[in-house]
Design a protein around this ligand. Sequence first.
Ligand code: HEM
Length: 203
Amino acid sequence: MAVFWDRREKPYVAFLFLTPLVWMVFSLFLGRYFPDPGKALMNLSGIWASVFVIAVLLLTPIAKFTQFRMISRYRRFVGLGAFLYSILHLIVYLVLFAGLSVSWIISDLVEKPYIYAGVLAVMILSALAITSTKKMMKRMGKNWKVVHRLVYLAAVCIVLHLWLQVKSDITVAMWISVFIVPLLAIRITQLSYYKKTFKKGLR
Ligand code: HEM
């Protein structure tokens, strides 16, 4: 087990994380997403970005409450996966969905408020990716943890993004929320528990 969970396996983990991207590119060129590749890729990239955000949120309780503590060393990797797929989602939006048309994007910003929640989530995930290096960790000191808690705000934005755009089919929004909402609830109860014990300790 210890040999398997060594840093040497990181390239394999990276390969695994890139599999959905490679699959999407192949399927696109094989014409599987026609007649509307923009819509198919919007959904797939958004779903994969959400899967990685869920995985990041899951790592903390798994590392805390089970014997798989070593799993937390993959937090940066999984977080970078969330960043990669959300940037892909943004690129697909700009290129295939909006056709790089400024007037299209402006009218979307006026008509579709869920885009703001998505943009905020992407901004947070980008900030977390940029500050995820060991160097930044050292430089930011105690603030690093505080800043990286913004992942929970990103998760809230994602749930908002999904429910504000829902039309007739709620499947994707529901499945993603089924994972994100309990994970947020666990975090909130943990924070209030720590606050209470901290206050008691001060008394
Ligand atoms: C710049 C930020 C973002 C923009 C402009 C954006 C835009 C969009 C648009 C226009 C759609 C609807 C596509 C359609 O009508 O079929 C969509 C769907 C979706 N987005 Fe985003 N999004 C952003 C960020 C995010 C982020 C950060 C996530 C998750 C991590 C996400 C997850 C999803 C998912 C899962 C769907 C599919 C929903 C469904 O099929 O019901 N989006 N996004």
